[in-house]
Design a protein around this ligand. Structure first.
Ligand SMILES: Cc1ncc(COP(=O)(O)O)c(C=O)c1O
Length: 441
């Protein structure tokens, strides 16, 4: 067996992996159809039939709602915008708390702050990395207005107990489905389980429109509020006859016609793209089986997995080598990946630092200079963003989780063979890494 690449040996592979590209003829035809029409957006920020957007936007919303099994799709220009609109739609504001996972992309938490509500971090389940009813319940107070459940890495949280808890307390549930399009829970699509679902269509996702998003809801009033916040609510409420002015400060979160037309084509391809990810994961997992200290992702109760990220659970206690060194060694065996050419393979030690460690929370500086919303006079709680509030998230991030996307299309079986060979090479040379650590000490 040759020397580890990290220690100067020859890597398993240097030939680049295929880039993440899956825009085809259908998307090109869709974009040209819109260009030929000359109407690149048809939104009007006043009360008028065009308040709801152009023909492609409205058709995309109908297509998505049908595919997710909900009454309404409301498109947005990003999932960040979608989360902001969702928090606004459920009526959160100064003095309120929004419970959210700390192990997610930052927009899941800043969404609360935008409406001057305070994010409260609940811990994740150590096996699925999603919030659970138990971890949420420990954080509920009389101020809790909403819960943002993140279907992180591509699998649904265990939603039945979460919904039962939320209904018991009269709390709204927003599902952050950014990483989980086409995932299901007990046979139902994510995004149809809570009050509002938010899907991302940025270019890293299973399907994309460059930038973009879709909100889903079965609730007519919430759908209207999402549409209002998306498109200059304040300019429309009078003529539309809207009497509930809470959070009717509008934005421009509108999606363009080209993106919507591309989105319709991508939506049709989504199930096959997800299927490819699942097959690639099955193939890779069979090859990685038996590597000591490396456990495959657990798929939680009632849900399936669409593998935005394939999160491996690493045990330093078993290998004697730190997770970070192990990941460095595997990455060194593999070439950079398309779209991330300067960063090496799409693989990381952990995911994102638990969000409460970000300066915004540590220093409690949000809006203006008066520490709103954290020290807002309307807020009667005491925010706690210190280390240790979510021990499972910290253990996952700092010691256990290895994230990678080496199973996404168009990776071939041969590409995946090389990924597996890199893991095996490192696993078989662990003593070389522990010797190195010992000699450095
Ligand atoms: C869990 C999660 N929520 C929200 C977002 C925000 O999505 P967007 O980039 O569409 O604003 C992302 C994007 O990566 C995400 O992964």
């Amino acid at each position: 067996m040759s020397e580890l690449a990290l220690l100067g040996g020859k890597p398993v592979r240097t030939e680049p992996f295929p880039a993440y590209r899956f825009i085809g003829e259908e998307e090109k035809a869709a974009a040209i159809r819109v260009l030929d029409s000359g109407i690149l957006s048809r939104f009007l920020g006043t009360w008028h039939p065009d308040f709801f957007g152009g023909p492609e936007v409205q058709a995309f919303e109908r297509d998505w709602a049908a595919s997710a099994g909900v009454r309404h799709g409301v498109s947005m220009n990003s999932a960040t915008s979608g989360l902001y609109a969702a928090v606004g739609a459920v009526g959160a504001g100064p003095g309120d708390e929004v419970i959210v996972s700390p192990y997610t992309m930052i927009a899941s938490a800043t969404a609360a702050i935008v409406f001057n509500a305070v994010p409260v971090f609940a811990d994740i389940d150590p096996e699925t990395y999603t919030l659970s009813a138990e971890t949420i319940e420990a954080r509920i107070t009389s101020r809790t207005k909403a819960i943002i459940v993140v279907h992180i890495f591509g699998q649904s949280a265990d939603m039945d107990p979460i919904m039962a808890l939320a209904r018991r307390h009269g709390i709204r549930v927003i599902e952050d489905c950014a990483q989980a399009p086409f995932a299901t829970y007990k046979g139902r699509s994510v995004g149809s389980l809570g009050d509002i679902g938010v899907f991302s269509l940025n270019y890293h996702k299973h399907i994309h429109t460059g930038e973009g998003a879709m909100c889903t809801t079965d609730d007519d009033e919430l759908a209207e509020r999402l549409q209002l916040i998306r498109n200059h609510a304040e300019a429309v409420v009078e003529k539309k006859g809207v009497t509930n002015l809470v959070n009717m400060v509008g934005f421009n979160f509108r999606l363009g016609e080209i993106e919507a037309a591309i989105g319709r084509a991508q939506l049709r391809k989504g199930p096959a793209l997800v299927q490819t990810r699942r097959e690639n994961v099955r193939y890779l997992e069979a090859k990685l089986a038996g590597i000591p200290g490396l456990a495959m992702p657990k798929v939680g109760s009632g849900g399936d997995h669409v593998y935005y990220v394939h999160a491996l659970d690493y045990s330093e206690a078993t290998t004697g080598v730190s997770r970070d060194t192990f990941v460095q060694a595997v990455k060194a065996e593999l070439p950079p990946t398309g779209l991330r050419e300067h960063e090496g393979p799409l693989m990381g030690a952990g995911y994102v630092r638990p969000l409460y460690m970000a300066p915004m929370f540590r220093q409690m500086v949000g809006y203006g200079t008066k520490q709103c919303p954290f020290r807002c006079p309307h807020y009667e709680g005491t925010p706690n963003y210190s280390n240790g509030i979510c021990p499972n998230a910290e253990a996952a991030h700092f010691g256990r989780v290895i994230t990678h996307e080496m199973m996404r299309p168009p990776m071939t079986r041969r590409d995946i063979d090389d990924v597996a060979a890199a893991f095996h090479k490192v696993a078989e040379n662990l003593h070389r890494l522990s010797d190195r650590a010992a000699s450095k000490a």
